[in-house]
Design a protein around this ligand. Structure first.
Ligand code: AMP
Ligand code: GLY
Length: 444
């Protein structure tokens, strides 16, 4: 079969790598892909007119999938999902993995997803929704009069990771509300906000396969737990990023916590999807805060996580195309996910300055022998292949997050050691990474 992967980051490289290893797959097309997917066996990058998620790009993907007989399309990022690519492909009779636009609101609108959680009794932080600046500011004022706790401000719409702000005091809350609601710093995404109680604990990402179609009992099959490390610097300090590295599984996510998650988050979420008549045949990501074995839901994402996917893929001991078939055919309840033992540590290398401004265009040097000895996988997030002045093909950086090294080990220590030996075999100007992925000691 021929498969199409939509997206161009590290998650999509990991997905393309895994799909291409299926004995059923002849070719994996990646739109747009990157310098990593370009070099992968049986993979090919596709150009696109316009940029995702424009209608023009969507129509081009649809036409390509139809003409080339693509048997399966997997969508990486959220933007094409909330823009309706699944509806477009399904109405044209093509198999695609993802939620319809109705279900995609679980990620696309924080106001919708919080209302959904409350309606169906999914355990989450207490919150209020506002579409008027004065009322939001008054609520924030009351909050800080009564409590010495931060207040979490969430813009309603997609904001590329810039829509959540944790305010420590009123002045900071007011400044953010002004920026989101009055100055329109996030465009329409910030017109409404959710103001939410601050939760402490450890964050855990549970990714899962979902198969829900109207009129039938659905299934959500959770993967082993993963953890992203979002802050730029060691110990969870510094600004938020798109992810500085991930691990799987998560040693401190106990089986009791997993059971609590199933009962108080997964099951009520599934009931809600069924009752709302969603057509959701894809992947979902539960962003959890866990404290003393009790899980609260911070957010849903209607896709796989990045960089969690890069940590999970090496542990998958099943054929991903078969999982996709089970999702699409409503046979997920009969599918058994098999995971390799051991652990993965997947640190991300970024450009100097990231997540602020940074330079691109630096050549990446790889000591192939040294890297191979670690058994690790190299997943590219932001680099392209170009001809070097010496006339050979080389990777050059194009983004802030450049690559991840996904290392499998017999245990978390072994994985950590291999991952950082792998990092040591790579260099580019300004290359930076955290050395405490999987070993973060949270600061008080
Ligand atoms: P979200 O997009 O809702 O997951 O929020 C992004 C990040 O903000 C999360 O990964 C958490 O680190 C943090 N966050 C969100 N909501 C809360 C909350 N209620 N309490 C504490 N931290 C939060
Ligand atoms: N790792 C967080 C995300 O994919 O949104």
């Amino acid at each position: 079969m021929k498969v199409l992967v939509i997206g161009s980051g590290g998650r999509e490289h990991a997905l393309a790598w895994k799909l291409a290893r299926s004995g059923r797959v002849k070719r994996v097309y990646v739109a747009l892909g990157n310098g990593g997917t370009e070099g992968e066996t049986r993979c090919e990058n596709l150009g696109l007119p316009g940029t995702l998620p424009s209608v023009e790009a969507q129509e081009a993907l649809f036409a390509f999938a139809r003409q080339r007989g693509i048997a399966l399309t997997v969508v990486g990022p959220e933007a094409p999902l909330t823009a309706g690519i699944v509806d477009r492909f399904r109405s044209g009779g093509l198999a695609i993995i993802g939620p319809d636009t109705n279900a995609a609101r679980l990620e696309g609108s924080k106001v919708f997803s919080k209302a959904f959680m409350e309606k169906y009794g999914v355990r989450t932080a207490r919150s209020r929704t506002f579409s008027e600046y004065t009322q939001a500011a008054a609520y924030a004022g009351e909050h800080f009069k009564q409590r010495d706790r931060p207040l979490v401000i969430k813009a309603d719409g997609l904001a590329g990771g810039k829509g959540v702000f944790i305010a420590e005091h009123y002045a900071a809350a007011e400044a953010t509300l002004t920026s989101f609601m009055q100055e329109g710093s996030l465009g329409d995404a910030g017109k409404a906000v959710v103001l939410e109680a601050f939760l402490s604990g450890q964050e855990v990402s549970v990714l899962a396969a979902v198969s829900v179609v109207p009129g039938k009992a659905g299934t959500i099959l959770p993967f082993i737990a993963a953890r992203d490390h979002k802050r730029r610097f060691a110990g969870g300090r510094g600004p938020n990023t798109g992810g500085m590295g991930a691990i799987a599984p998560v040693p401190d996510f106990s089986s009791a916590a997993a059971e609590d998650f199933r009962r108080f988050i997964l099951e009520p979420s599934l009931r809600g999807m069924e009752q709302e008549g969603m057509d959701y045949r894809g992947f979902i990501f539960f962003g959890l805060m866990v404290q003393d074995g009790l899980c609260s839901l911070l957010e849903y994402n209607v896709r796989l996580g990045d960089p969690e996917t890069q940590a999970l893929v090496p542990l998958m001991d099943f054929d991903l195309t078969e999982l996709c078939d089970a999702i699409l055919r409503g046979r997920l309840q009969d599918f058994s996910l098999r995971w390799k033992g051991g652990a993965v540590c997947a640190p991300v290398a970024v450009a100097a300055g990231y997540p602020g401004s940074y330079q691109t265009g630096y050549p990446i040097t790889l000591d192939q022998d040294g890297f191979s000895q670690t058994g690790a996988l190299l997943f590219i997030a932001g680099a392209e292949k170009k001809e070097s002045p010496e006339k050979d093909s080389r990777l050059y950086t194009t983004g802030g997050r450049v690559l991840s090294v996904s290392a499998w080990g017999t245990d978390p220590e072994d994985a950590w050691e291999r991952a950082y030996r792998g990092m040591g075999a790579i260099s580019f100007e300004g290359m930076a990474f955290r050395t405490d992925i999987g070993r973060e000691i949270p600061h008080p």
